[in-house]
Ligand binder design. Sequence first.
Ligand code: EPZ
Length: 422
Amino acid sequence: MDSILVTGNGPLNGQIPIAGAKNACLTLMPATLLSEEPLTLTNAPRLSDIKTMTALLQSLGAEVSSLQDGQVIAMSSHTLTSQTADYDIVRKMRASNLVLGPLLARFGQAVVSLPGGCAIGARPMDLHVEGLEALGAEIELKDGYLHAKAPGGLKGAVHEMRFASVGATENIVMAATLAKGTTVLKNAAREPEIVDLVECLRKMGAQISGEGTSTIEIQGVDRLNGATHQVVTDRIELGTYMLAPAICGGEVELLGGRMSLVESFAEKLDAAGVSVAETENGLKVARKKGRVQAVDVVTEPFPGFPTDLQAQMMALMCTAEGTSVLEERIFENRFMHAPELVRMGANIEVHGGTATVTGVESLKGAPVMATDLRASVSLILAGLAAEGETTVSRVYHLDRGYEHVVRKLEGVGAKIERIKGQ
Ligand code: EPZ
């Protein structure tokens, strides 16, 4: 297994290009299952999760071609050979469950393995099942698989979700595009990735309104066409790299960044003493003066503070002046980066879903272990600011969500290299 060696090397200066959003691409790719015609995605990120989704769609019989070094994904689901998403793929990536809604809508049946838990929580699918059952699906759990069918097709309905689940919103919206009649989805998730999915579905001929709000309305149509769609900028990669100059000092421009993608996050950084300014090419980030100040964080569904930036923000708070309380309200076990940061000299106390961080003058480099995707990059951020060397092991977690991390950070002056594992 590879590891990454980071050496604290002072302020960072320069530009970092931000890629297309992993979490948009992972819902846009299954959308190809809704149509017999080709769907092409541009600005796609080069990530292992995208490769996993590619393998899953190909296992169903879809044609998926990766072009231009992975930045273009050309897909066609004209003739599928299977409607079963096997456990051995789904267990690797929960987002595989996003084939459920499209398969059910187009073919009236789907067999999708339950994803099983992962490092950050149990991650059940009850909200997906409730929504699809509201559209008339019959779904049974057998041998760890969801067996879903809608022999007479799906029917539009009014459905209110108990929680604004991102994945459940995506599955239900995709299914509703081909249902008979109108669907009104209440307490829908409002993430930019859902807005991006709806914009793509609309290009394919879907009749949808309300995306980005808590109520999305879908008029079912008989069939969808093909389309070409540019994947929206990755707001989590953007937020992650905004923290690099915040924790190290210096000034970095994030190319392709837009304030609308990270509004609440930018407000928190501003309160912590980090300036975020829009430029014609993206966002420019720099510390206002001296040490950053501790701020409290509560993770919430969009437009609140993103749970996917909590681990990275904790790294910044480890070096802030004062005490910060971080409350993780989305996942039940998303503080596994905390003990690793403590190995670097951080002062963190975790009680249930709350972490109390008392900032220290400086972290000390140490060997640490990545436990999940966002934890891995929070350790790299800490290593950038620490005195001495930090080795982050198990970086396969990192490859799931961040392309070319070493190159992007080297480009702004970081001392970082990837060490090939045995
Ligand atoms: C998406 O996961 C993202 N993944 C996650 O990003 C992100 O953390 C999450 O949304 C929240 O923003 C993709 O988009 C591929 P949820 P998803 O359904 O859809 C519970 C990353 O780092 N829940 O909004 O799985 C669930 O257990 C990943 O890129 C149910 O209880 O998130 C969790 O506690 C990590 N029942 C909470 O809701 C359900 O049926 C949020 O889950 C579904 C979810």
